[in-house]
Design a binder for this molecule. Structure first.
Ligand code: ADP
Ligand code: MG
Length: 355
């Protein structure tokens, strides 16, 4: 296992990059402590696979260095980096048995027969593949094949890190949940460095102790699931994480106070800007908005029951403000007033939190 560091990495697929849009990865430096379970979360096209392939060596970055335990591995080929990578779609040898598929990465490294047998059976047991160990992989369903791919990623005990690139895409929802718990369990058991790429916030937040949120080729925030929830550093994190996401409302400044719809809004900190931004917004999650006797005047427009909560949609002028109402409480009809919890109300200048 190793600590992995990226130093000033940039990557472009274009021969001679010029504009910002030519960079699939904008300049970034990231560290993964040895043994972390980390998720890389972001929408399709934000650069997750590019980043993962740079770590594994499938891709040479246009600029910057990749370090394993302070050793520069930027120009070292994938084989020599000692990394296991599980891809979005199954990579299996159809003509081989499940057993031989799982044993392959070990045989390749000259591991002795007894150890191979022990590891293969351990992994097969964990992934519920025991009953089909001696079936040919060709006969398996897409789920089964992807389990083999996962197994091949997990079978070696000596890797620097295991990288998962949206590995549960082809897996059916029930099995997905089970495999995700297994991966987490495995991490706790063996402490391998695991980097898990996904566009699914639930997957990221349940798997990882540290989540890296990416947007348009850039890292916008690195934090624990709680930090991402409570203090999104960027409006993108605010609306991408949470269901529904953070309310973002245009605001003005009166001294160091934010104002929205003629009301002074109390926020976590006084608002002190260094420069004049193009956009200034108040961000507050639906969890931290409540109905009150006084406050922002709204019209209640929609109530959606989602089990333990109801999502209430309200309108103030052109702005929609959503709030979560705990079970058993009912939303007022028509006109109402809203208050925001000041401790969880932030101001964002050009998308970034004002600290
Ligand atoms: P993600 O995995 O988050 O969906 P990718 O890393 O695959 O994102 O892609 C990031 C950006 O780089 C996208 O705009 C994508 O179109 C582009 N890209 C990815 N792979 C290539 C490639 N081989 N050649 C050219 N452009 C690519
Ligand atoms: Mg991808």
């Amino acid at each position: 296992m190793a600590r992995i560091s990226l130093r000033n990495i940039r990557h472009s697929y274009v021969e001679e990059p010029s504009g910002e849009e030519d960079w699939a990865l904008k300049s970034m430096s990231v560290d993964w402590a040895d043994g972390t379970a980390c998720a890389l979360l972001g929408p399709s096209g934000c650069g997750k696979t590019t980043l993962l392939n740079i770590i594994s060596g499938l891709l040479m970055p246009t600029e910057g260095e990749v370090l394993f335990d302070d050793r520069d591995v930027t120009s070292i080929p994938p084989d020599a980096r000692n990394i296991a990578q599980v891809f979005q779609f199954p990579v299996v040898y159809d003509t081989m048995s499940v057993y031989d598929n799982l044993a392959f990465p070990l045989r390749n490294r000259g591991v002795d027969k007894k150890t191979i047998d022990r590891r293969v059976r351990e992994i097969a047991n964990m992934l519920d593949l025991e009953a089909m160990l001696f079936t040919r992989a060709a006969g398996l369903t897409a789920d089964g094949k992807q389990k083999i791919s996962l197994g091949r990623g997990l079978v070696r005990a000596d890797v620097n890190a295991i990288l998962f690139d949206e590995p549960l895409t082809v897996i059916d929802p029930h099995l997905k949940w089970m495999l995700r718990s297994k991966l987490k369990e495995l991490h706790q058991q063996f402490g391998a460095t695991m980097i898990y790429v996904t566009h699914d916030q639930t997957e990221a937040l349940t798997f990882a102790e540290q989540v890296i949120v990416m947007h348009e080729g850039a890292v916008v925030q690195i934090g624990t699931p709680i930090e991402l929830f409570e203090r999104p550093h960027h409006t993108f994190v605010g609306h991408f994480i949470g269901s529904p996401g953070m309310n973002l409302l245009p605001c003005e400044l009166d001294g160091e106070h934010a104002e929205f719809a003629g009301h002074s809004i109390r926020t976590e900190h006084p608002v002190r800007l260094k420069t004049t931004p193009d956009t200034l917004q108040i961000g507050v999650r639906p969890e931290f908005v409540k109905f009150a006797e006084s406050g922002i005047e709204v019209d209640v427009t929609k109530v959606t029951d989602i089990g333990r909560h109801a999502i209430v949609e309200t309108r103030s002028g052109d702005n929609i403000i959503r709030l979560l109402l705990p079970e058993g409480q009912s939303a007022p009809a028509g006109r109402a007033h809203l208050q925001f919890d000041p401790k969880h109300t932030q101001v964002y200048a050009d998308g970034w939190i004002v600290e």
